[in-house]
Design a binder for this molecule. Structure first.
Ligand code: NAD
Length: 301
């Protein structure tokens, strides 16, 4: 029997290093902006309720702002808040000239219409990039705020100079937050970009066969360890977006974070792979801060 040996020099796409580089750059730019114009980028976050994961995400966004010399404000509202109170909070932030970026931490409680709320944010302050105006511009390839997670993935691909042109990218997941926007960005005539993209979702048939054709896989479905080694071809680039809390009694918190990729089995097959934690999650914050800086400098013009 012939034995075929594959030599794969797998490299970790290190979100820690790249996000730190992005943050260092923003810190220097923010200092310059302050010295020249007195302007300090200011991000406002609205947190409704006290969901554990949302609390963690908002806390790290606020901490990152202070690390790089941005201002931040947190508006906390109870889980049973009336929709009109949230509407008023957004209107106030829209009108506040000192606020450059507004984010509403998702998901919102079921009694609140998420699309309505997102649609109320002034598009000039829409640093999450979820407003229909931002989405429309992104689809047309016009300058706008790109949703932070897909934007973070693009920054990571760019940093490691990963060749994407002409590659077949398979995106698992079609959410407005991750799957759909990253599929659009990878497909655009840009660098990174110019991929042939297949978007898979919960109704996709033959997912394994489709994944096996992929040069690049973006796993964004939210199912721990879903992408297994038998779904990945040699030398593929694997981007793991998933974050699932799984029980781990050995941890003080009682849980640990797992991605959508069966990392230990898949990593040896790949040319590049993102870890969880330490990959896309950190890049998401770096991208949000970049959007906030851009919002602040646009307002300044
Ligand atoms: P979502 O639930 O809105 O969307 C999941 C998508 O996966 C859907 O489009 C669904 O059709 C698809 N899907 C579900 N099961 C599937 C299956 N068996 N086969 C194929 N497709 C399937 O989730 P989301 O908001 O897009 O988030 C996805 C994951 O990414 C979650 O784990 C979330 O926590 C994580 N996330 C991480 C970051 C980050 O910064 N790293 C940011 C946002 C979301």
């Amino acid at each position: 029997m012939d034995v075929v040996l594959y030599f794969c020099a797998m490299q970790i796409l290190d979100g820690k290093i790249v996000s730190q580089a992005v943050k260092d750059d923003l810190k220097a730019k923010a200092l310059l902006l302050k010295n020249e114009t007195q302007k300090v980028p200011h991000l406002a976050a609205i947190l409704v309720g006290s969901d554990g994961a949302s609390e963690t995400y908002v806390a790290s966004k606020i901490k990152s702002c202070s690390e790089i010399g941005f201002k931040s404000s947190l508006v906390r509202l109870p889980a049973d808040v009336e929709e009109q109170t949230l509407v008023s909070a957004i209107q106030q932030l829209n009108e506040d000239k000192d606020i450059d970026g507004i984010l509403v931490q998702l998901p919102l409680p079921k009694h609140i219409d998420e699309n309505k709320i997102i649609g109320l944010i002034n598009p000039d302050k829409d640093v999450d990039g979820f407003h229909p105006v931002s989405v429309g511009k992104m689809v047309q390839g016009l300058p706008t705020f790109i949703p932070a997670t897909p934007y973070g993935i693009m920054l990571l691909l760019k940093h490691y100079q990963i060749e994407t042109s002409g590659k077949h990218a398979v995106v698992i997941g079609r959410s407005n937050i991750v799957g759909r926007p990253i599929s659009i960005l990878l497909n655009q005539n840009s660098n990174p970009g110019n991929c042939t993209v297949t978007v898979c979702h919960s109704r996709t048939k033959n997912l394994k066969e489709i994944c096996l054709q992929a040069d690049i896989i973006v796993a964004a479905l939210g199912s721990a360890g879903f992408l297994t080694a038998d779904m990945v071809k040699q030398n593929a680039v694997v981007i793991d977006v998933g974050i699932t809390r799984v029980d781990d009694p050995s941890k003080k918190s009682g849980y640990r974070l797992r991605g959508d990729v069966d990392f230990d089995a898949v990593a040896p097959l790949t040319s590049y792979i993102t870890p969880v934690p330490g990959g896309v999650g950190l890049m998401t914050i770096a991208a949000l801060l970049t959007n906030t800086f851009n919002a602040a400098t646009q307002n300044n013009n």
